[in-house]
Design a protein around this ligand. Structure first.
Ligand code: ADP
Ligand code: MG
Length: 237
């Protein structure tokens, strides 16, 4: 434990919560399958970034996480890589419908970036990802969702529209990510986020990432995450 504490300190990682898994040093330490390791190498990712070193083993253990780290620190892969593992761990993938992984992001640009990152890793497994945000035809989006997917990356408003149109059902969604939660609140998406969370089964794994933790975001985290581990990297938070 002393050694783990020293390692965390050397990376400027702070954690709080019960039974926090130890940080990894390499992607090999995460126990990823060879296909995923190849996809990671193909991205040119040689070793995990600081937030990834601590967040990856926690998310892979199935725990809820509050991740606080500045922009550009590699937060996306810290929820996308475990999401692929989570999806591949589901028994009988084809039996039910609707996405397994649901990611909410504040803007279409961010949603699109996450979608591209998710696709890179999902491809190796034939996992389907859909992007759902404003500015695209609702009918086209409806059709795409109806065709089926395991991952949805969405802005909150458009995802609500699609749920109302019954373009997708949330019965098998068990992995929820709220990315850039502070910005989603700044943009007034709190009611939509609460509605989405309310439509996803309570036994889900929930991850919340944010650059800052204003009181309203803190309150949401308390309400929608279960026994979370908080990981803070650097001066933020
Ligand atoms: P954040 O969400 O924290 O702002 P991103 O997930 O968008 O950061 O990542 C920032 C950049 O770092 C992206 O270009 C991404 O491809 C790259 N990146 C992520 N993880 C690694 C890694 N382990 N090694 C090298 N580059 C990485
Ligand atoms: Mg990000």
């Amino acid at each position: 434990e002393q050694e783990v504490a020293e390692y965390r300190k050397s990376l400027a990682i702070r954690v709080s919560g019960f039974d926090v898994p130890r940080p990894v040093k390499t992607f090999e330490d995460c126990g990823f399958a060879p296909e995923l390791m190849r996809a990671i190498a193909k991205q040119g990712y040689e070793k995990p970034t600081t937030i990834q070193c601590q967040a990856l083993p926690i998310v892979l253990s199935g725990r809820d996480v509050i991740g606080i780290a500045k922009t550009g620190s590699g937060k996306t892969a810290s929820f996308v890589l475990p999401m692929i593992v989570h999806i591949m761990d589901q028994p009988e993938l084809q039996k039910e419908e609707g996405p397994i992984g649901v990611i909410c992001a504040p803007t279409r640009e961010l949603a699109h970036q996450i979608f591209l990152e998710a696709k890179k890793f999902a491809k190796a497994y034939g996992i389907r990802a859909s992007a759902v945000y404003g500015g695209m035809s609702k009918l086209d989006q409806f059709k795409e969702l109806k065709a089926g997917c395991e991952i949805v990356v969405a802005t909150p408003g458009r995802l609500i529209d699609m749920l109302k149109m019954k373009a997708l059902i949330m019965t098998r969604a068990t992995y929820l990510v709220l990315d850039e939660a502070d910005r989603m609140f700044d943009l007034g998406f709190e009611p939509q986020i609460r509605s989405i969370v309310g439509q996803i089964r309570p036994d889900r794994q929930t991850l919340l990432f944010s650059a800052t933790m204003p009181r309203k975001v803190e309150k949401l985290a308390r309400e929608v995450l279960s026994d979370p581990i908080r990981v803070t990297v650097g001066e933020v938070g």
